[in-house]
Design a protein around this ligand. Structure first.
Ligand code: BJ8
Length: 434
């Protein structure tokens, strides 16, 4: 980046209230990671160029667009869960960004306020607000939380002391009555968005926004389905990063770029070009979401010769697998359809949540995975406990499973690497058994 670009970015960030010195450390760390992990991969698709650029300019161009939007009177809404419908935010004329954080960087500071035995995603997301290092958080006019798990729900109460925060109730049983509860929550959220933005949400604006958001979902569905090929045409690390970028990028541009990449991947699949040799061990990762820059497990697996072919996660299939189907021609019916779309997500916050286990077994077959890694963020009781059911069901289905629990530090990297290598060896031994 030129000196002029750096100076103009710093002016933007400072205008948002970002702590420039702390932010500088963060951004330098990210650049090192990206060079070490992403750039070191071989045989990547050419159309990754766009995503590489976004990654190396994470707080530059996109933040400039957001500031421009705000200067024109527009608003920014940040959220922490895929239960917050992006289309509702867009329909109010605002920009939406996902703010879940996957970095150890602010965790120590967060632990001065939140209990240490809290999930790292919660500590990291909250920590960024505390140390004022994330321009997306600082630029948000409204932060939107939800009641999916106890840790998040109580963190949002604390967060409200630092930033305007609104919380949506997510019911925890998937029955018709609770779908109605969630639809009512979305109706209240609509009112809140109208107050925040000063714009009314109409049937037309919501229809248009839903079409854009679901177009993004369809692009991601296409990208994921291309990974079913052997050899896989793209690495798991690259797909994970793309999905992460989708939480901040402009929704239409993102879908366009993903589709351009998919065109190239179509050719690669046709020509048998892969990122790893045909027959490399194929792994599906299921569990807690991996927010940017939580790339450790993918990197370890792929450096050890495996290829990650699918993420059953909210930074993966849980994000984009469902589309809304309104049962009538009114705004109310559209809101109900959006509520049903989100209540279809098989998050471990639901009880019971048989659908997630069924999804993993189905996806393992569809993506021809040799094995599954059940990934739990440390202190995430929902996913950790659900691992018990998952272990039993996958054993019955004859699908090898490794359970991993980790935080964002690299303290356990040696031990994790050994366990992964042993798991890949096991997969090699029992290959093709199911
Ligand atoms: S829909 S997975 S994005 S809640 S990892 S904070 S559950 S203690 S992130 Fe999630 Fe929505 Fe569910 Fe998806 Fe709590 Fe677990 Fe932490 Fe989690």
């Amino acid at each position: 980046m030129s000196k002029e670009d750096k100076a103009s970015n710093e002016e933007l960030w400072a205008g948002l209230g970002v702590d420039i010195a702390v932010h500088d450390q963060l951004i330098r760390g990210l650049a090192v990671l990206e060079r070490r992990l992403h750039r070191k991969q071989n045989n990547r698709p050419l159309k990754m160029d766009y995503f590489n650029e976004v990654l190396s300019d994470l707080h530059g161009h996109r933040i400039a667009e957001i500031v421009e939007h705000k200067n024109q009177g527009g608003k920014l809404v940040g959220s922490y869960c895929v239960f917050i419908p992006e289309d509702l935010v867009l329909a109010a004329g605002a920009i939406h960004v996902g703010l879940c954080a996957g970095s150890d960087f602010p965790v120590q500071d967060a632990e001065k306020v939140l209990p240490r035995n809290t999930c790292p995603l919660i500590k990291s997301s909250f920590g960024y607000k505390l140390i004022k290092a994330c321009p997306y958080t600082e630029a948000s006019d409204l932060l939107v939380g939800e009641t999916t798990c106890d840790g998040k729900k109580k963190m949002f109460e604390v967060l409200a002391d630092y930033h305007p925060t609104y919380v949506i109730e997510v019911p925890q049983k998937k029955n018709t009555r609770n779908q109605g509860v969630f639809a009512a929550e979305l109706t209240d959220f609509k009112v809140q968005l109208e107050q925040t933005t000063g714009n009314q949400i109409s049937q037309e604006s919501l229809q248009e926004a839903t079409a854009k958001v679901e177009n993004k979902f369809k692009a991601l569905q296409r990208l994921f389905s291309l990974r079913q090929a052997d050899p896989a045409p793209i690495s798991g690390l690259d797909v994970l990063t793309i999905t992460q970028i989708g939480f901040q990028d402009d929704v239409e541009r993102f879908a366009l770029r993903v589709n351009e990449l998919c065109d190239e991947l179509d050719d690669r699949v046709r020509d048998g070009i892969g990122v790893a040799p045909k027959g490399a061990p194929r792994v599906l990762i299921s569990g807690s979401p991996m927010s940017l820059p939580n790339w450790r497990l993918h990197t370890m697996l792929e450096k050890a010769g495996a290829v990650v072919v699918c993420e059953e996660s909210c930074i993966g299939t849980r994000l984009f697998s469902y589309l809304s189907e309104p049962e009538g021609d009114s705004l109310e019916e559209q809101l109900k359809a959006i509520a049903r779309r989100h209540m279809s997500i098989n998050c471990a916050c639901f009880t019971p949540n048989h659908g997630r286990v069924e999804d993993v077994i189905r996806l393992a077959k569809e993506y021809k995975a040799d094995g599954v890694i059940h990934y739990t963020l440390q202190f995430c009781h929902t996913f950790n406990n659900e691992g018990v059911k998952m272990e039993k069901a996958l054993a019955e289905a004859g699908i090898p499973l490794l359970r991993v629990e980790a935080d964002y530090s690299s303290d356990d990297s040696g031990q994790l690497k050994t366990r992964i290598e042993a798991f890949l060896e096991l997969l090699g031994d029992i290959r093709g058994a199911y």
